[in-house]
Every structure is written in structure tokens, then in C-alpha cells.
Design a protein around this ligand. Structure first.
Ligand code: FES
Ligand code: FES
Length: 158
């Protein structure tokens, strides 16, 4: 059975008919072609699929698209503005916070969500905020450094 859903994705209104079982990540990737949101496990463990729902990080493999009626979704594609990387994206690039990049969109979205929740988080708080995001490449050290720098840059970027 198809159900209608209207939501906002990266600042744009979207209306669609979806199957009741369609996950948010499948909706974003397959219907909207926003393939920056990755699927690593499909069981809410790896964090590769993290997006912001009303500004808060959420694992989009674990949410149904139909649950998102009236909500505001931000994906990695919604961060850069006019060809300029978001400060958190720029910090990941500058501080080598990625290798293969598969986990990176989810890491960046969790880090941006953290900025809204905690002012000047400690290294420990950053590590705790990212504990649902797995990386198989980096060992996390540079990711944490990148998040620290990105949070600082977000404070000073208009
Ligand atoms: S794909 Fe959603 S948590 Fe792994
Ligand atoms: S950079 Fe490869 S999984 Fe994180």
C-alpha cells in the first residue's frame, strides 16, 4: 500500500507516495537520488546513514519515510552552500579525518548535530557523540581532531 508523505529535505519541500515499509535512507537514496547518505549495515549500528531530523542526528536506516511527515531532514548534500564546504566538511578535509570516506557523511552529520546540542564539547564528549558512528579506516584520532576544529570554525563562521 502506498501512503503520501510531505517533508522538507535540505530546505526544499518534498511530497511523494511511498510504501509503508520504505526506510528514510532508501527514500533519500533511491527516490531523491541523495546518495551521499550511505548504508553500511542497515541495522542501526554503523552510523553511515546518519542525517539530521529537525536538527538532531538520526540513523535513517532505522526510520520509516512515512514517519517523517512534516519533519525537516538535512543530508550531507544540504551542508555546502554555493560551492563552499560547510566548516565541518572543510575541517575533515584539512585534518585528514577520512580515508575511504564511506563513514564520513554520517560522521559529519553527527558532528554538526553535536554543535547544536553542546557548546564547546570536550574531547570525551565528542567521542561519546560519535560512538554510534563506526570507521574502519582512520582509528578515529583525526576524526576527533577534525570535529574539534569544525566546531570551532562553526562558532566563528557567520
Ligand atoms: S546503515 Fe544505518 S546505522 Fe548502519
Ligand atoms: S574513512 Fe573509511 S570507514 Fe571511515
Amino acid at each position: 500500500m502506498k501512503l503520501s508523505v510531505s517533508l522538507t529535505v535540505n530546505g526544499k519541500p518534498v511530497s511523494a507516495e511511498v510504501e509503508s515499509r520504505t526506510s528514510l535512507v532508501d527514500f533519500l537514496r533511491d527516490r531523491l537520488r541523495l546518495t551521499g547518505t550511505h548504508v553500511g549495515c542497515d541495522t542501526a549500528q554503523c552510523g553511515a546513514c546518519t542525517v539530521l531530523v529537525d536538527g538532531k542526528p538520526a540513523k535513517s536506516c532505522n526510520i520509516l519515510a512515512i514517519q517523517m511527515r512534516g519533519r525537516e531532514i538535512t543530508t550531507i548534500e544540504g551542508l555546502a552552500a554555493n560551492g563552499t564546504l560547510h566548516p565541518m566538511q572543510a575541517a575533515f578535509k584539512k585534518h585528514h579525518g577520512l580515508q575511504c570516506g564511506f563513514c564520513t557523511p554520517g560522521m559529519v552529520m553527527s558532528a554538526v548535530g553535536l554543535a547544536a546540542e553542546t557548546k564547546k564539547p570536550s574531547e570525551q564528549q565528542i567521542r561519546e557523540a560519535l560512538d554510534g558512528n563506526f570507521c574502519r579506516c582512520t582509528g578515529y584520532h583525526n576524526i576527533v581532531k577534525a570535529v574539534e576544529a569544525g566546531l570551532e570554525a562553526m562558532e566563528t563562521t557567520p
